[in-house]
Write a protein that binds this ligand. Structure first.
Ligand SMILES: N[C@@H](CCC(=O)N[C@@H](CS)C(=O)NCC(=O)O)C(=O)O
Length: 204
């Protein structure tokens, strides 16, 4: 398989899952600042111009974090990356969708890609402040959910890989994580696979 990714981006969550599953794959770095994701070669693989993209062994490309994570968990069930019961599985997808769609998609995008929200540089600060507010509200919700639990679903699941990458971004840009999210982040960073993935992506 081939993972189209960028170090330290949301694709880090999928990178973690691939390594947790001990699957062989090729890492293809997409240089986002250089605009490689908008070049015809990449658009031929993923016309949405986003990472992550996972090209499977049959040559088909799968996009969207949640879809890739869910497919990996279902295709390789031995690692038990999803609860067995429908309710537990739905709860994991509920969290993952909120993390990717709201904390990342509505919060961090306002902070990292402010230009996409306004052409007026004078408005940047207010857009970024709103992004930070969305991110902080998101972590407050996740904090409640993690009370008394080591991982989102009790044991490690695909939702933890999603929550990890937004916690990692908080760490990078100085957003304080509430207590249970901080404990979750530290727990994730203590996992050997996460340490290896971050080292491979150039982080300590
Ligand atoms: N909904 C997509 C969003 C992925 C996404 O926003 N990825 C970012 C990197 S973390 C990206 O591709 N940014 C490039 C762009 O949108 O121009 C998913 O779940 O995979």
């Amino acid at each position: 398989m081939k993972l189209y990714m960028a170090p330290g981006s949301c694709s880090t969550g999928i990178h973690i899952l691939l390594e947790e599953l001990e699957l062989p794959f090729e890492a293809w770095i997409v240089n986002l600042p250089a605009g490689d994701h908008r070049k015809p070669e990449y658009l031929a693989i993923n016309p949405k111009a986003t990472i992550p993209t996972l090209v499977r062994d049959d040559g088909s490309a799968l996009t969207e974090f949640q879809a890739i994570a869910w497919w990996l968990a279902r295709r390789y069930p031995q690692a038990r990356l999803l609860p067995d019961d429908a309710d537990g599985e739905a709860r994991v997808i509920e969290v993952m969708s909120y993390v990717v769609g709201t904390i990342h998609g509505q919060g961090y995008t306002r902070i990292f890609t402010t230009d996409g929200y306004t052409d007026d540089p004078a408005e940047h600060a207010v857009v970024q402040a709103r992004g930070r507010e969305i991110v902080e509200q998101g972590f407050a919700l996740m904090n409640g959910l993690l009370a008394g639990r080591e991982y989102v679903a009790g044991s490690f699941s695909i939702a933890d890989a999603a929550l990890f990458y937004v916690e990692f971004w908080a760490d990078r840009i100085g957003i304080d994580l509430p207590e249970n999210c901080l404990a979750h982040y530290r727990r994730m960073r203590a996992r050997p696979v996460v340490q290896r993935v971050l080292a491979e992506e150039g982080y300590r």
